[in-house]
Design a protein around this ligand. Structure first.
Ligand code: NDP
Length: 272
């Protein structure tokens, strides 16, 4: 019987996940079906229960249900616990296992696709919302010298860092305006690009060797990417992260991590 998976969100029609997973399944010779699942805003838990009852093997979770998914899971992977958010569910042995592959996808995109190591590097993480929270532990695991988290609302960044007390020596908090020195890697995990806004960071954070990645993606560079490139940085959008987080989810469900280059190239092509 074909194993079934889906991506749950609201709205969901825009999701690229079914196309990505169909590509991975074909590449890996795996018999699975992956579809979109629109859940009512007040009906996420009921939707998950229905999927479990119908024999689905797992699901991805996207906006606005990632926090609710973390509360609903009967067991959380450490990185999902650290993030307080779940983007991947695994229905197994009567349990709803919650994981978060967004941060691992981000790190995989930086290291594998951009070819930039994080070991010993100075990293700036802009934002302290769900996406930033999910990124902190996988970024720390990649061995940077320091991660500075800068957010519009400083208290939110301080609360975020307080949750990683055992890594306090490598984590710092700053306002945008007080950022000092340049960074090797800068990740924009704010949603500012959605409003065509750029977090007001000093231009000195960028240097000729800086990789600046905006988690957002679209058919043209974001305003943040344009700003960063204008100050000498190499820039990337969040499409590679999307493809890599899906590969991480596929690996969790199916035990095999698919190759991502072809699907990333195909998505880039379709955006032009
Ligand atoms: P949240 O709503 O949880 O967090 C939003 C963050 O952005 C907060 O830190 C907020 O600061 C900050 N922010 C919002 N507007 C501005 C602004 N005008 N200037 C400066 N900071 C601002 O969102 P998420 O964390 O879920 O998502 C963030 C981004 O990441 C989105 O663009 C999303 O599309 C993208 N994303 C991409 C993924 C991928 O696979 N490529 C996966 C997941 C997310 P404050 O605390 O002050 O309100």
């Amino acid at each position: 019987m074909t194993d079934r998976y889906c991506v749950i969100g609201n709205p969901i029609a825009h999701s690229k996940s079914p196309a990505i997973h169909a590509h991975y399944a074909a590449q890996q010779g795996q018999d699975l079906h992956y579809e979109q699942c629109l859940a009512p805003l007040d009906g996420f838990a009921a939707t998950v229960q229905r999927l479990v009852a119908e024999g689905y093997k797992g699901a991805n979770v996207t906006v606005p249900f990632k926090l609710e998914a973390a509360r609903l899971a009967t067991r959380l992977a450490p990185r999902a616990h650290a993030a307080g958010a779940v983007n991947t569910l695994l229905f197994e042995g009567g349990e709803i296992v919650g994981d978060n592959t967004d941060g691992a996808g981000l790190v995989a995109d930086i290291v594998r696709n951009a070819g930039v190591t994080l070991e010993g590097k100075r990293v700036l993480l802009l934002g302290a919302g769900g996406a930033a929270r999910g990124a902190v532990l996988p970024l720390l695991d990649a061995g940077p010298r320091q991660i500075v988290i800068a957010n519009r609302t400083l208290a939110t960044a301080e609360t975020l860092v307080a949750g990683f007390a055992e890594h306090a020596g490598r984590l710092a908090v700053s306002s945008f305006a007080d950022l000092e020195g340049s960074f090797d890697v800068i990740v924009n995990a704010t949603s500012a690009s959605l409003d065509a806004a750029v977090p007001p960071v000093p231009a000195s954070v960028f240097g000729p060797g800086t990789l600046a990645l905006d988690m957002m993606y679209g058919n043209k560079p974001t305003v943040f990417m344009v700003f960063a490139a204008g100050h000498g940085a190499t820039v990337r959008d969040g499409l590679g992260m999307l493809v890599e987080q899906a590969a991480e989810a596929f690996a969790l469900w199916r035990g095999q991590r698919p190759a991502t280059a072809a699907v990333l190239a195909a998505l880039r092509q379709s955006q032009q």
